[in-house]
Design a protein. Sequence first.
Lengths: 161, 161
Amino acid sequence: MLYHDYPGQVCSIASSLELVGERWSLLIIRDIFRGRRRFDQIQSSLGVARNVLTARLTRLVEEDVLEKRPYQTNPERYEYFLTQKGLDLWPILMAYLGWGDKYCEPEKGKPRLIVHKGCGGEIDDRRICQKCGKPLEVREAESIPGPAEPHPEEVLQAARA
Amino acid sequence: MLYHDYPGQVCSIASSLELVGERWSLLIIRDIFRGRRRFDQIQSSLGVARNVLTARLTRLVEEDVLEKRPYQTNPERYEYFLTQKGLDLWPILMAYLGWGDKYCEPEKGKPRLIVHKGCGGEIDDRRICQKCGKPLEVREAESIPGPAEPHPEEVLQAARA
DNA sequence: GGTAGTGAGTTTCTTCAAGAAACCCTTTGT
DNA sequence: ACAAAGGGTTTCTTGAAGAAACTCACTACC
């Protein structure tokens, strides 16, 4: 069986997990949200095995969560973009982010902040701007480094270790 | 390695997925949200292998997402409850539910509805009551069967097939 | 008093997915 | 001509998931 499946479960949570609940899927999607669009960018940022990344990208394209667009020919090379279905996963990522910020090493501060573009207010896990109170859509948000964001050298060191 | 881990990722999404991103974890938690508290209830509802269920429950208790309380001695038997940390996963479940309702067989209608206790209004993926407009907490919500909820006989048939 | 059933696991064995590393192919740069 | 970059594919090894059987301490039934 190629995919996770949860036989006998009639439940939108289970169905969602069949599509994006496999190992790495959501992190790949998060990477694409942050603007990484090419195979090697994603591979080196996550450290996922290349064959697994190929399998995940192929599946996510099939399921219409991602779309691949050629950016050159000879050889054909593609970039991966989120479809509307993929963009709509934003609430799930925000929910994980909120929970992780609260429970995974909160003493270190948040690794990243999600803010309202222009306004600059921080966005909570209901996707509401804490400054202006507006309920926001994906395109009104941007991700910026937070207090616990590691410096590039630290990332390189961790990668070598 | 017993757990998923995502080495080198300093990110609240990745950290959350290390705790609850393994196969079955979130569905086990969903089951407990719906009031299933005992090993065999969860096992037969999900069809997860028993050894895997043991491993997940043990881990979730260790990580303080679940708490086990004895309900009889000789032999000792436990029920599993959500801690506050576990209850705080509700936004993640609601986000998956919203996405699944929208994209996984929406023509069939929703398998379950999450409604505002007392008020009866449906709750959206921002956890806001669609009827009275109030932002809700977990304890103000309840899960009821929706139009696509299968009848008990159908569930039994599916289990036999 | 023997037998069956239940609840919650544990053990064993098999299968499938993930990880690591090497290889491939085409183009660009030197 | 040779190396490097980009985006994979192949192969092999390890680790996790699934299925089924076994355990143990009761309880309830005939």
